[in-house]
Write a protein that binds this ligand. Structure first.
Ligand SMILES: Nc1nc2c(c(=O)[nH]1)N[C@H]1C(S)=C(S)[C@@H](COP(=O)(O)O)O[C@H]1N2
Ligand SMILES: [Mo]
Length: 575
């Protein structure tokens, strides 16, 4: 081959490679779109991105998970899914480029990713069987076929290898409807498909200049049609998947929460400080933190929901419906929830008024005895519809505290994000060992016999909430003016109660903060401290002491394995 020819060839090869990569991208898009559509017929959770994402969450080391929660908060799931899509896009580009050299390998690569998605989907804890693999498999088949066809269009027609003049070929391609074109055009198009695969290794035999020697028109038409069809399939799948929740939404709309037999006392007037910047004492549902592993929020139909209580030492196993629960005596309680992943000073704590059924009463009806009274089961394992397992000490649930199966949150049925139709709430324990959302099963067992989801991931078996306090105002790096500055925030030690809060300026002595009125010992408590601020940089530190007499430790620990400890500090500059 002459040098000149080689030079003319390089741009053509590059173009082929780029168009191959583009074909890969289109194939990937088609695969995901078809998968989305099929998942609407199976279950939304069976889609490959959701399944692989879920598997990734389950395998994420505790430290990385906490890092993700810290940096992305409740957006952690969006970030994860975007990450998966980005990785898939890169791989698709690569497979497309590979396919220009080896068409079958490219297509086989797409199928391989389908297999990975199918395995992930069928092995999810909430998988409903092998049908969960269908979205990935059918999506991958569509993607592989498309890649095969598109790359086929990029190959030189058999007679393109002949030294045909450049001009006519270009004419065909650019203006396919021009005089001499039709015959040629059809020949090219029909040639493109079934070319022997073994020949496509040999790009060098196709000495065509840029844009020639391949069925440009056929490629553009096929690519455009595929992109449009994929977009249509994807959008249709999206909207059908959205509709899946309509029954559940209708069932939630129909819920009328009966008045509680045992109401919560009104929140004392002084519980909410009127200091700008301090947290709202009752966290509105829309602002309540959300921490869970669900990439798709479970939409459970309350009319078909059931909860089974069974296991070790359960003399009379029980299955209850949502209406059964509503017909029972309801209690209403203010309880502050906290996540074990909350850093010192962090946002994953919220306070709500919960309505529900006392869990201890239900368990007693089933014949359950706590271990402290000789019962054989020391662990209550709650299972959710999405496969989460949460283990709670039976003694804690039955020691008289207001552990409940909650059906209401701040006067409305539980929002879907927070566990509709029923979740557990146990005062004094971090959420991961107590607050199972979308609950469907309670099994009595022992801590020796079973490790729940987070415990398998190195978190502590039992985790009472640590006594903590947070400065809400001033914010870090604020620039208040000299004079009296209100320092204020919240402190919590659920089920023990807050006895005292102290504030320290720089390395000075601890000063006692003014405590706001206490709602209950299961809720957080606000505090304030009028500070005579002098010019310059200062650090403010807070610590709380609970009613058991324990002062919040200065020792900083990470959130793993049983919750962060340490004092919250804020640095400000007084002008
Ligand atoms: N099904 C299910 N329930 C769950 C979780 C979960 O991942 N799945 N996370 C738990 C954790 S770690 C916490 S802190 C609380 C948070 O409840 P919220 O999202 O309503 O604030 O829910 C708990 N219940
Ligand atoms: Mo949590």
């Amino acid at each position: 081959m002459t040098k000149e020819r080689k030079d003319r060839e390089t741009p053509a090869r590059l173009a082929r490679l780029l168009l191959g990569a583009l074909s890969g991208l289109l194939a990937g898009f088609a695969a995901l779109a078809v998968a989305e559509l099929v998942s609407a017929a199976v279950r939304p959770q069976a889609g490959p991105v959701i399944a692989v994402g879920g598997a990734a969450i389950d395998r994420t080391p505790a430290g990385v998970k906490d890092w993700a929660i810290r940096h992305f908060g409740t957006n952690d799931k969006l970030v994860l899914q975007l990450g998966i899509v980005a990785v898939l896009a890169l791989l698709a580009l690569l497979l497309g480029a590979v396919a220009t050299r080896h068409r079958r390998s490219g297509a086989a690569g797409v199928l391989l990713f389908g297999a990975v998605g199918a395995v992930a989907a069928t092995s999810r804890p909430d998988s409903t069987g092998s049908s969960d693999g269908l979205p990935s498999v059918l999506g991958a088949v569509a993607g592989a076929l498309l890649l095969y066809v598109l790359v086929g269009r990029l190959r030189a027609p058999a007679r393109g290898t002949a030294d045909a003049g450049d001009a006519p070929a270009r004419g065909t391609v650019i203006a396919a409807d021009a005089g001499a074109a039709p015959a040629r055009g059809t020949a090219i198009a029909s040639d493109a498909g079934p070319v022997d695969d073994s020949s496509d290794e040999d790009t060098a035999q196709r000495p065509r200049t840029g844009g020639q020697g391949w069925d440009r028109r056929g490629f553009v038409i096929a690519a455009t049609a595929a992109a449009a069809a994929s977009a249509g399939a994807g959008l249709l799948g999206r909207s059908l998947n959205g509709k899946g929740g309509e029954q559940a939404a209708a069932s939630r709309k129909r819920v009328r929460l009966p008045a509680a037999a045992s109401t919560a006392a009104p929140i004392p007037k002084g519980a909410q400080l009127r200091v700008p910047g301090v947290s709202r004492f009752v966290t509105p549902n829309s602002a309540f933190y959300r921490v869970d592993t669900a990439l798709v929020v479970p939409k459970v139909d309350a009319t078909t929901w059931r909860l089974r209580i069974h296991g070790k030492g359960v003399a009379r196993p029980m299955t209850v419906s949502f209406d059964d629960l509503l017909r029972r005596e309801l209690i209403e309680r203010d309880i502050t929830l906290t996540c074990v992943s909350n850093e010192v000073g962090g946002p994953f704590v919220g306070n709500a008024r919960w309505t529900g059924v006392r869990l201890a009463d239900l368990l007693a009806e089933c014949g359950v005895e706590p271990p402290s009274r000789g019962g054989p089961a020391d662990q209550l394992v709650a299972r959710s519809v999405d496969g989460m397992t949460i283990g709670t000490p039976v003694d804690d649930v039955m020691d008289g505290r207001d552990a409940m199966l909650a059906v209401g949150m701040n006067g409305e049925p539980l929002p879907f994000d927070h566990g509709f139709p029923v979740r557990m709430v146990v005062p004094g324990l971090y959420g991961y060992v107590s607050a199972c959302k979308w609950i469907k099963d309670i099994e009595l067992t022992t801590f020796d016999a079973y490790d729940s989801y987070w415990v398998k991931r190195k978190w502590a078996r039992t985790a009472p909430i640590k006594t903590e306090s947070r400065i809400d105002t001033p914010k870090p790096f604020a620039r208040p003016t000299a004079g009296t500055v209100m320092v204020a925030g919240v402190a919590w030690a659920q089920h023990r109660g807050i006895e005292r809060v102290e504030v320290r300026v720089d390395d000075g002595p601890w000063g006692t903060a003014d405590l706001a009125a206490e709602d209950t010992r299961d809720t957080w408590r606000q505090w304030s401290f009028p500070w005579k601020a002098t010019r310059g940089g200062h650090s403010l530190t807070v610590r709380a002491t609970d009613r058991a007499g324990r002062t919040q430790t200065e020792k900083r620990t990470r959130t793993i394995p049983d919750g962060a400890s340490g004092w919250h500090s804020v640095v400000v500059t007084v002008d």
